[in-house]
Design a binder for this molecule. Structure first.
Ligand code: ADP
Ligand code: MG
Length: 256
């Protein structure tokens, strides 16, 4: 699904954040990208989303060289990106409205886009994310968890095959965070999505990532990865294996 070949990336007049970086993600895998602030997690998502271009090397997504944003990729940024003057429903249909506006051009909208099918999806996702009672409220009238669910519904209504999330649950209270982590994992399974969640939380990486990519202070030259087949299992959080994984990740992240 995703492959990084010798990817080097630097912001102008800055030292590289990635240097000859190789990394592969299979379709349907759920990854957590973990690392301290400033290590390049958001930059990695921008490269994946086509919002930044590699300085050298190649990024392939679904067999195509990444050269700009791809309509089948869903991106949820940290502040959810909701329009304050539009109701929850309007915010959820926004992506669909934009696709209708452009039509199936392969750039803003996939070539096989079917507006009627997506219209039906909107109601399904509103129900699926328990947003029915909130649909006529404005973002300011919603809690953080509800806003995040609106952002997820909007993205899911567009049927992405790849979902990228930047620290999606970091500003939520603990019980809401746990609920949304479980819900997001389940819907990625149900939809056979490839999921990449960026987080600075070791605990979140351990519950969300079947694979975990660890980034460190730049330049990142090698993909340090962990396998974690028990991710997504609600009981995993209470097991010794979970605490053991958290401890290993913490040791790796400690500056030496
Ligand atoms: P993270 O998301 O892991 O906190 P970022 O990917 O946001 O890290 O940033 C990685 C590094 O790149 C940081 O040192 C940051 O200051 C720098 N950086 C981020 N965006 C830009 C930019 N637009 N121009 C120059 N430097 C940037
Ligand atoms: Mg970031």
């Amino acid at each position: 699904m995703i492959s990084f070949h010798q990817v080097t990336f630097a912001y102008p007049k800055s030292p590289p954040i990635f240097e000859a970086f190789d990394w592969n993600v299979l379709a349907g895998e759920r990854w957590a990208v973990l690392g301290p602030s400033g290590c390049g997690k958001s930059t990695l998502l921008y490269l994946l989303a086509g919002l930044q271009q590699a300085t050298s090397g190649q990024i392939l997504i679904a067999g195509r060289i990444q050269s700009g944003p791809r309509p089948q990729t869903g991106l949820i940024l940290q502040d959810y990106g909701l329009l304050p003057w539009a109701t929850a429903r309007k915010n959820i249909t926004l992506g669909l409205d934009i696709r209708r506006f452009y039509g199936p051009d392969g750039k803003h909208t996939p070539e096989d886009f079917d507006a009627i099918m997506h219209e039906e999806h909107v109601d399904t996702w509103i129900k699926r994310l328990s947003l029915t009672p909130h649909i006529n409220k404005y973002p300011a009238q919603l809690s953080g968890g509800q806003r995040q669910r609106v952002a997820i519904a909007r993205t899911m209504a567009l049927n992405p095959d790849l979902l990228l999330m930047d620290e999606p649950f970091s500003s939520l209270d603990a019980p809401t965070r746990v609920r949304l982590q479980d819900q997001t994992f389940e819907l990625s399974q149900e939809q056979a999505l490839t999921l990449i969640i960026v987080t600075h939380s070791i605990e979140e990486a351990a519950v969300m990532g079947e694979k975990i990519l660890l980034l460190k202070q730049p330049p990142n030259r090698r993909a340090l990865t962990f396998s974690n087949s028990q991710a997504g299992d609600r009981r995993f959080r209470e097991t010794p294996a979970y605490f053991d994984l958290c401890r290993r990740l913490r040791q790796e992240l400690e500056p030496t």
